[in-house]
Design a protein around this ligand. Structure first.
Ligand SMILES: Cc1cc2nc3c(=O)[nH]c(=O)nc-3n(C[C@H](O)[C@H](O)[C@H](O)COP(=O)(O)OP(=O)(O)OC[C@H]3O[C@@H](n4cnc5c(N)ncnc54)[C@H](O)[C@@H]3O)c2cc1C
Length: 405
């Protein structure tokens, strides 16, 4: 009997295994080798434990390196995933941001049902076993691990990227594939908080403030999104910042990041109103009046910055609060990032995720150079690539089987 070895039990590897077995049942042996003590660690933590497994807005704007990803979404969209999950007994719902969650809002439900499917199809799960090397000899792959060596007719690299190694992925897939001369685009942490020059955020630690975040390349606006920014001692975080970080990761040159803390206000109107307030309260210092507009720590920060550099006036205050430039000195790194930007180049795989340089070997999920913003896009890509790849491999094996009969 032919054997498929899938390296990595994340959403990509799990759905690939289910799809292969769904079609071929007892005609094939499928093994998932997982280095952690159990599969699906990131499924468990996603969406803060509620499991944000997809998004119905799978359009290219939300996924970077998108032409390829868009095609994948067209072939397997969130309805396809929801239908496949429903067949397994998992009911899903969509929230106001079009994020897809299990109705139970519990990632354990998702894992329980996926495990039941793997069990139903007799997919072999080998945990606590790290794949250390893969070689190919004639038609067979040798898969060396920390425990034993496996032989396989087909191998699937589903090892994820290099983000959040406590949940399993630490870049092993890139090393394994270097052996086959597969091209890897530079990798950087994405969906991660940003470390900011200390003086620009000093005194704001602990503050949560709504703002519009804008990124400029030279003078061209390339990103703008509203959201809550969380200030830390040495940096900023929050969904909007994480989304911005993935844009920064794709550019080698420095970009300008501008925060608009008064995005809800028109500049001219606001200046007019503040002047009226000042007129009615002429005895109060301007810095006190501004506390009604922004949290005290932020209003003070802006006022102090202005009084040091220029004169504090209503106009200068409003302008700075709407155009607060922050200088990124670093990110919080791969260990704190939710996704890896970069990876196995899309040129290296065909439409069905087979590696062009290594026939009968496949690469799926976050290991590839595809990443998206927060909201279910990354998990969806992992599931979608696994589903398409698994289905296509099963069809291929079946065709070969029939041809040999
Ligand atoms: C904290 C956190 C929260 C997230 N929340 C969301 C969210 O809400 N929505 C969303 O869309 N995305 C979210 N993501 C991203 C999402 O989880 C990933 O994009 C997705 O899991 C990638 O799936 P994958 O199957 O490609 O890889 P992974 O899920 O990373 O799985 C790869 C598996 O391979 C195993 N492995 C690696 N190397 C080896 C080896 N050498 N031998 C054997 N096994 C190996 C790993 O242990 C791991 O189990 C989150 C990520 C993190 C870290």
């Amino acid at each position: 009997m032919k054997r498929v070895v899938i390296i990595g039990g994340g959403p990509a590897g799990i759905l690939a295994a289910i799809k292969i077995k769904e079609k071929l049942l007892d005609q094939i042996e499928v093994i998932i080798i997982e280095k952690m003590n159990r599969i699906g660690k990131k499924i468990i933590v996603s969406g803060n434990g509620k499991c944000n497994l997809s998004n119905t807005l799978c359009e290219d704007d939300y996924i970077y390196n998108s032409t390829f990803a868009k095609d994948i979404y067209q072939r397997y969209d969130s309805n396809s995933l929801r239908a496949d999950l429903l067949k397994m007994g998992l009911f899903t719902k969509i929230d106001e941001k079009m994020r897809v969650y299990p109705v139970t809002e519990s990632s354990s439900t998702v894992m329980d049902l996926l495990l039941l499917q793997l069990n139903k199809y007799q997919v072999k799960l080998i945990t606590n076993t790290q794949v250390t090397q893969v070689t190919k000899e004639r038609q067979l792959f040798n898969i060396y691990t920390t425990t034993t060596t496996f032989k396989a007719d087909y191998v699937v690299f589903a090892t994820g990227g290099t983000s959040s190694k406590i949940h399993g992925s630490s870049g092993d897939g890139y090393h394994l594939l270097k052996h086959f001369n597969v091209k890897i685009t530079p990798i950087k942490p994405g969906l991660v908080g940003l470390k900011i020059k200390e003086e620009q955020i000093k005194g704001l630690d602990g503050l949560r403030q709504k703002a519009q975040v804008m990124i400029y390349d030279q003078d061209q606006l390339i990103f703008q999104e509203k959201g809550e920014i969380q200030f830390k001692k040495d940096g900023i975080s929050g969904i909007v910042i994480m989304n911005a970080s993935s844009i920064l990761a794709r550019f080698a040159r420095p970009l300008k990041i501008v925060l608009d803390f008064l995005e809800a206000f028109d500049e001219k109107e606001l200046i007019k109103k503040l002047k009226m307030i000042k007129l009615a309260n002429s005895n109060l210092p301007l810095s006190d009046l501004l506390h009604g507009l922004l949290p005290k720590s932020l209003a003070d920060k802006i006022s102090n910055k202005l009084s040091k550099e220029k004169n504090l006036s209503i106009e200068t205050f409003v302008r700075l609060a709407k155009n607060y430039i922050v200088e990124v000195i670093d990110t919080y790194g791969f260990d704190n990032s939710q996704v890896t930007v970069g990876g196995i180049s899309q040129d290296e795989i065909d439409d069905n995720f087979e590696l062009k340089k290594v026939p009968f070997a496949y690469a799926i999920g976050e290991l590839l150079d595809v990443d998206g913003i927060c909201g279910g896009f990354n998990m969806h890509f992992a599931f979608a690539s696994g589903a398409i790849m698994g289905q296509k491999l099963a069809e291929r094996i079946q065709e070969n089987h029939e041809a040999n009969e």
